[in-house]
Structures are given as structure tokens and as C-alpha cells.
Write a protein that binds this ligand. Structure first.
Ligand SMILES: Cc1cc2nc3c(=O)[nH]c(=O)nc-3n(C[C@H](O)[C@H](O)[C@H](O)COP(=O)(O)OP(=O)(O)OC[C@H]3O[C@@H](n4cnc5c(N)ncnc54)[C@H](O)[C@@H]3O)c2cc1C
Length: 216
């Protein structure tokens, strides 16, 4: 693990009204794709966990962050300007791909910014055989979908128009065949994860082939 350190902000890329990519200096920061980092505002003594979004070969660190109304950290980070610093602690967690060299098939199910660790996997392990099923409200939330291989990204849009499927990820999963020789990684809000877990189990997926990370 890295020691607690500070890093300069390189850029903030606005994706939607409430979501942005925070890019900071990496220096020698080490992480395994899927791990999270505690990020804080310098001098505030408050930090929050954010999953790595960038890949291990990138020279910078990136995080995909949703601004939460009244949120202590997600709003403050969005207001930083290049050259200002954040504190970093980590990386932590086991929401990782265990043997990337021998990877088989993966289905990644995300809600909202829960797609962050999957983006990091895809950038870090370009040969993996995966599909991403992304639950979002509006088509503007198909963050960086061009970064995923052709036919590998499916958006499920619950409110707006556009995207690949109209409805929630749970509606989509109920309709499609569910392969059993596949590992399922679920990331995002707890309600989505619980519902998807139940659907996969009912369709015959072994519980040990379902790996989860709850954001809130
Ligand atoms: C392992 C882990 C990884 C995480 N990775 C990410 C990430 O990559 N990107 C990201 O945006 N967030 C991520 N989070 C959530 C993040 O840590 C903070 O909880 C979030 O940014 C709110 O912090 P805040 O200080 O702004 O708001 P706070 O003042 O702490 O909280 C405000 C409220 O917002 C709720 N909340 C938290 N996150 C969300 C959300 N995404 N949508 C709606 N409500 C929410 C909380 O439950 C809380 O009730 C992760 C959390 C965990 C546990």
C-alpha cells in the first residue's frame, strides 16, 4: 500500500450536470484495478472512497465522481482547479480480477458511477472477454462508452430515451439468457446489487461467481 500523500489536480472533466472525472497526478501511486482510494480535501480531515477509473498503465489517476447534493467531499472536489491538491490514502479493497492472465468471461453490471472499476479493468486488461450492463437514468450518463469494445457495452435507461434498452438492468437481465460459465461483478447502489444478485441466483448462477461492491 502507498503511504498517505497529496497529489495535484491535473483537470476536471465535466460529463453531466452532476458527474465529472477528477484527474490527478499519479506519482508512484500503486493500485490494482477495482481498488478504491480515500480522497480528501487538504486540511479538511474528511475523505471518501472512490474507485479507480483509470488504468494501471496510465501516468495519471482518474476517478468518476457524482456530485451529491450537500455532499461534503464530492462537491468540494468538483470545485478544485488544476494545481490545487487532494490527499490520497490507499489503495484498498478486493473488488479485483484475481487472475487476469487466465481470464474467461465476465459480465459487469453497474449502476451510475459504479461503472468506474469496470473502466479501470478494461483499460488495464485489454484482452479480457467482457460485457458491461450499465443502469442509468438518462442517455447522457453513458460515460465514455466509446472506451468499451464494439458490442460490449449495453446501457439500460430507466427514465430518458435513447440507449440500448429501455428499463432497469433488472428488467434486462430477466429477459436475456444468463451464461453460467461466467463471473458476474456487480457495482453501484445496494438496492440494484441485491436485486441483481437474486435474479442471477434464480437463473442458476453459483453465489461464488457473483462478486459485489456497494458504493452506498
Ligand atoms: C468502496 C466505495 C467506492 C466508491 N466509489 C465511488 C466512485 O467511484 N464514484 C462516486 O461517485 N462515489 C463513490 N463512492 C461513494 C463515495 O465514497 C461518497 O459516499 C460520495 O461521493 C458522497 O460523499 P459526500 O461526502 O459528497 O457526501 P456525504 O455527505 O457523505 O453523503 C451524502 C449521502 O449521499 C449518499 N450517496 C453516496 N454516494 C451516492 C451516489 N453515487 N448517488 C447517490 N447517493 C449517494 C450517501 O449514502 C449519503 O447518504 C464509493 C463508496 C464506496 C464505499
Amino acid at each position: 500500500m502507498n503511504i498517505i500523500q497529496t497529489a495535484k489536480v491535473l483537470s476536471i472533466r465535466i460529463l453531466t450536470e452532476s458527474t465529472y472525472i477528477l484527474r490527478i497526478e499519479r506519482n508512484k501511486f500503486k493500485f490494482i484495478p477495482g481498488q478504491c482510494v480515500n480522497i480528501g480535501l487538504v486540511g479538511s480531515a474528511v475523505n471518501r472512497e472512490y474507485s479507480t477509473y483509470s488504468g494501471t498503465k496510465d501516468t495519471y489517476l482518474e476517478f468518476l465522481i457524482r456530485k451529491i447534493n450537500g455532499g461534503a467531499v464530492s462537491v468540494g472536489l468538483s470545485q478544485l482547479t488544476p494545481g490545487e491538491e487532494v490527499t490520497l490514502d490507499g489503495a484498498y479493497g478486493t473488488f479485483t480480477i484475481k487472475k487476469p492472465a487466465k481470464i474467461g468471461k465476465y459480465i459487469f453490471v453497474a449502476s451510475g458511477t459504479g461503472i468506474a472499476p469496470f473502466h479501470s479493468y478494461v483499460k488495464s486488461y485489454p484482452k479480457i472477454d467482457y460485457r458491461i450492463i450499465h443502469g442509468i437514468r438518462f442517455d447522457s450518463e453513458q460515460y465514455d462508452k466509446q472506451d468499451y469494445g464494439k458490442g460490449r457495452y449495453v446501457s439500460c435507461i430507466s427514465r430518458g430515451k435513447g440507449g440500448d434498452f429501455s428499463g432497469r438492468v433488472t428488467d434486462y437481465l430477466k429477459k436475456i439468457p444468463i451464461p453460467l460459465d461466467t463471473l458476474y461483478y456487480l457495482c453501484g447502489n445496494r438496492a440494484m446489487i441485491n436485486d441483481v444478485y437474486d435474479i442471477l441466483r434464480i437463473k442458476g448462477v453459483n453465489g461464488s461467481n457473483i462478486i459485489t461492491e456497494v458504493f452506498f
